[in-house]
Design a binder for this molecule. Structure first.
Ligand code: FES
Length: 356
């Protein structure tokens, strides 16, 4: 006689991190009743639920196994745990332990170094490293501990147009409150506030500021680059396999994450391989400290708050850029009643709601 299938039990509201051995067979507990999470201990007997075998492909493979047992991507966490409760898990910034956390120091003008290689960089205070009319500020580079990406901020004066290239690189662009135009080959795209854009490897592109005001653009480049290479004009190359290159923020397309929201803007749909660009809304609160396996950068689009790591904290405000290396324990607090908007890039990964 077959068992009646019972509901899985929520073992916990976040995944389990595990480092695996190549070739070894692991059995992920699917019923949630095991006392040896995330592994099966036989407690599923009579539930009608069976454990799921998993074999690591390489030594040291790092995996986040679902702890809530509600994932749609068994046995891995897919972020579903966030929506099992009404509110995102938070922490009290006024607790005695948090009140004792000191402020991090500025290592050089505009650059605050927190624990590990966690950073907050303040765009307006960084030196202009551009050699011409376009101002170029280096935000994130290998010197900051970034493994996968470099990030720059470019400012074009009113009405100015400049062609450029990051040879053989994937380039993600984001405009916060400015607007202008992006051209790739003969294709033109409007860059409006809170729009993400993508340039495929091998493509040169041109940015044009509106006639009456400057345009500031954040550019994330994969893999690293020292800076843009300026071009006199555009080669007529556009990878037409991926015709859609700009995605605007649209609250109707956002994914809820308890009382927060995020919207993936650019991912493999637009040809961005192994990563994702997203925009996220954070209400007045301090998230509980957590980690993730991807490297992440966050642009504070609007609002203000505080970034916390294990031993220090620093304020963050509009225009600042946060760099979070993989596995860095951290917490982002929004301190304004109007909330905070952040534009993030994760790599590798395509789901910014997976953390542990
Ligand atoms: S822990 Fe189950 S989806 Fe994340």
């Amino acid at each position: 006689m077959s068992d009646t299938i019972q509901e899985p039990v929520i073992a916990r509201y976040k995944p389990y991190y595990a480092e695996l051995e190549k070739g070894k067979r692991y059995f992920w507990c699917a019923c949630g009743r095991s006392k040896s999470q995330p592994w099966c201990d036989g407690s599923h007997k009579g539930t009608g639920i069976a454990p799921l075998p998993y074999q690591a492909q390489e030594d040291g493979e790092e995996v986040l196994f679902c702890g809530c047992k509600r994932t749609s991507d068994v046995p891995f966490c897919d972020g579903s745990h966030n929506n099992l409760r009404e509110r995102y898990e938070t922490d009290d910034p006024l607790s005695p332990e948090n009140q004792a956390v000191p402020l991090a120091e500025e290592a050089s003008p505009g650059r605050v170094v927190l624990d590990g290689s966690c950073r907050v960089h303040r765009v307006g205070r960084l030196p202009d490293e551009g050699a011409g009319t376009v101002e170029v500020r280096k935000l994130i580079s290998p010197e900051d501990g970034a493994v996968h990406q470099s990030q720059f901020h470019l400012t074009l004066p009113p009405g100015y147009s400049q062609a450029m290239e990051f040879p053989r690189r994937q380039v993600l662009l984001f405009v916060t409150s400015d607007s202008g135009e992006l051209a790739i080959g003969s294709r033109k795209f409007a860059l409006d506030p809170c729009t993400g854009a993508f340039v495929r490897p091998g493509e040169a592109f041109a940015l044009t500021a509106p006639p009456d005001r400057p345009m500031g653009v954040y550019a994330s480049v994969f893999p690293h680059a020292d800076g843009p290479q300026w071009r006199r004009g555009l080669a007529d190359y556009f990878d037409s396999h991926y015709p859609d290159r700009t995605i605007a923020t649209d609250r109707d397309k956002a994914t809820p994450m308890a009382d927060r929201f995020f919207q993936v803007l650019i991912d493999k749909t637009q040809g961005f391989e192994n990563g994702a660009q997203f925009i996220g809304e954070i209400p007045l609160s301090k998230a509980v400290a957590h980690r993730h396996l991807y490297e992440e950068t966050l642009i504070v689009v609007s609002g203000e708050g505080c970034l916390w790591t294990e031993n220090v904290k620093t304020s963050v405000g509009t225009g600042d850029v946060i760099f979070l290396p993989p596995k860095q324990r951290h917490s982002l607090e929004c301190t304004g009643k109007d909330g905070m908007l952040v534009a993030g890039v994760i790599f590798p990964g395509d789901n910014p709601s997976i953390n542990y």
